[in-house]
Design a protein around this ligand. Structure first.
Ligand code: LMR
Length: 394
């Protein structure tokens, strides 16, 4: 029977990881998948996470199942980190999921259960896996303008015009911070206009937040999300701990459904539990428990926040170095946007041919749409990338 199955397209980001591994050249630069790397090209276990893991080994007494929605302590700690006091805790249902992708998938599932005809408005461009999952689920995708490829900043007028078309029963997917793949983000004034527009349409926002702390700061990166939560009657939030806790392979994420009251929250919680049960039963717990320990212990939390700050400032310094190098080589400020963007990614605006030319000539690997992972650079490879860009005529 399986001969009837059609071959599925391979994921471009994961294909790129493979191609990089297979390149025999010594001098090659991996700017592909969104994984943080330090100056030595390593993805270390964060200090506080390592310490928590050691403690956990001492105190953990069972590997029996947690609750269907995961450990409530994890949901509480993540609620504080993401939402803070933007809305009452007892209006928010939450379920742990396998990574941020699991949360996105469960969120889409919940939308589809509520309305088979829902259109999901997605930024153009967005994380390719958003599109891939929506297609797989046979849901309606409605792209909205987001990125101005001339200025490499947000095409805000286009975005507002497009999301104003959403209706009750539609969902508008927003990136909480550090937009993936562009690095171009909304200002707080723009978040407010998005909220005003959504309130007029009656559509429901869903916020995917995977890089909190990597942009301007932990609270700063959640500021837009908190405005949405404080003002909109219902919101879905898909959060990932993969990047800001560095627990990628532990698959640690959370889906939150914000409602107006406790009664609705109760019904939403039932739905989240149900979806977990159907899709994978109990969510993974190890990463979630480490995250909870880090967030609840003063000393661990301080150290974690410090390490997130080091990462954020390191990435920002690389942005400034790259923008400076490009300004020097091109004698122009065409690439000033690199220092303006925030988070792990920037979309450079190179053509697929130029991306390929950079790979061939300088061993620089980036996603075909010219998204680069800034954390794949270090101060020695920044000039190589700048040179490759200029040589390819970007
Ligand atoms: C990325 O965008 O590179 C990351 O979110 C990793 C992934 O799963 O695609």
């Amino acid at each position: 029977m399986f001969e009837l199955l059609k071959e599925q397209p391979e994921d471009k980001i994961l294909m790129l990881m493979q191609a990089y591994r297979e390149d025999p050249r010594e001098a090659k630069i991996d700017l592909g998948v969104g994984v943080y790397k330090n100056a030595e090209g390593k993805t270390p276990i964060m200090r506080a996470v390592k310490a928590a893991e050691k403690q956990l080994w001492e105190v953990e007494e069972t590997k029996s199942y947690t609750g269907l929605a995961g450990d409530v302590g994890f949901a509480d700690a993540m609620f504080d980190l993401l939402i803070g006091d933007a809305c009452p805790r007892d209006c928010v249902a939450a379920a742990a999921t396998p990574g941020g992708t699991g949360a996105v998938r469960q969120g889409f599932d919940m939308i589809r259960m509520a309305n088979r005809e829902a259109r999901v408005f997605v930024s153009d461009p967005t994380w390719p896996n958003h599109l891939s999952i929506l297609k797989h689920m046979e849901m309606h995708i409605q792209p909205y303008r987001y990125f101005d490829s001339e200025t490499r900043s947000v095409n805000f007028a286009g975005m507002i015009e497009d999301i104003a078309d959403a209706r009750v029963g539609d969902v508008v997917l927003l990136h909480g911070c550090c937009h993936n793949p562009t690095g171009a983000n909304l200002t707080l004034e723009q978040w407010q206009q998005v909220i005003d527009t959504l309130l007029k349409t009656g559509a429901t926002p869903m916020i995917d937040i995977a890089y909190q702390g990597f942009g301007d700061g932990l609270a700063e990166d959640a500021a837009g999300l908190r405005m949405v939560v404080a003002q909109m009657p219902e919101v879905l939030i898909a959060a990932s701990c993969s990047k800001n806790f560095g627990v990628y392979r532990e698959r640690t994420g959370l889906l939150l459904a914000v409602a107006q009251d406790k009664v609705r929250r109760q019904a939403n919680q039932g739905m989240l539990n149900y979806l977990n049960r159907q899709n994978y039963s109990f969510p993974p717990d190890h990463g979630a428990r480490l995250v909870t320990m880090v967030l609840q212990d003063d000393a661990l939390r301080m150290d974690w926040e410090e390490e997130v700050r080091e990462i954020r400032e390191g990435v920002l310094a690389l942005r400034q170095q790259l923008a400076g190098e490009l300004a020097r080589l091109t004698n122009s400020d065409r690439f000033a946007f690199v220092a303006e963007h925030r988070g792990m990614f920037s979309r450079l605006g190179a053509t697929p041919e130029q991306v390929e030319a950079m790979r061939v000539s300088h061993g620089v690997y980036m996603v075909g749409d010219s998204r680069i992972n800034m954390a794949g650079l270090n101060k020695d490879s920044v000039p190589v990338l700048a040179e490759a860009m200029v040589a390819a005529g970007v």
